[in-house]
Design a binder for this molecule. Structure first.
Ligand SMILES: [Fe+2]
Ligand SMILES: [Fe+2]
Length: 159
């Protein structure tokens, strides 16, 4: 076994733990969006409610930024390609999606930060966040399949 092989489980363990954490943070944003106590009679939202959702969105945003940096610097995608060259196309798709995913979260933050707190703004922001959540889930699913194929191990990552 090379030293690279010995370090792989550590790198992969970090990435997988970050995926777990990200999903928990996405759930926290959903919970904040859904909080029924924060709705006024016309379903507009108060400043405290906006602050709670924005705080949870900033946590997702920061986690995503550092997670993507770890993935881009970690070398596990390159290692997967080295082990199995046919994975190159999917690995390139994965890396190319990172900027757009960050931009989606930024757009939701911007909408809520500058919006008037009306029902329409909240509804749109919630829909945009769900759209981001769908995209990040399929991104991570593709990533997990590349890791699993590249390392030729059943890591229990695929549903
Ligand atoms: Fe990624
Ligand atoms: Fe990831």
């Amino acid at each position: 076994m090379s030293s690279l092989d010995r370090s792989d489980p550590v790198i992969l363990g970090h990435i997988l733990a970050e995926h777990h954490e990200l999903f928990a943070q996405i759930t926290a944003v959903r919970t904040a969006f859904a909080d029924p106590d924060a709705c006024g009679p016309d379903e507009s939202r108060c400043a405290a409610c906006r602050a709670t959702v924005l705080a949870s969105l900033h946590i997702v945003r920061e986690h995503l930024r550092s997670h993507f940096a770890h993935e881009e610097e970690g070398g596990f995608l390159e290692e997967s390609i080295a082990r199995m060259p046919r994975l190159a196309a999917n690995a390139n798709v994965i890396l190319s999606q990172h900027p757009a995913l960050l931009a989606e979260v930024d757009a939701v933050i911007s909408k809520l930060s500058t919006g008037d707190g009306s029902q329409a703004v909240w509804k749109q922001a919630g829909c945009d966040f769900e759209s981001f959540a769908t995209h990040i889930m399929s991104h991570e699913k593709l990533e997990n399949s590349v890791i699993q194929d590249g390392y030729n191990e059943d890591l229990g990552l695929i549903d």
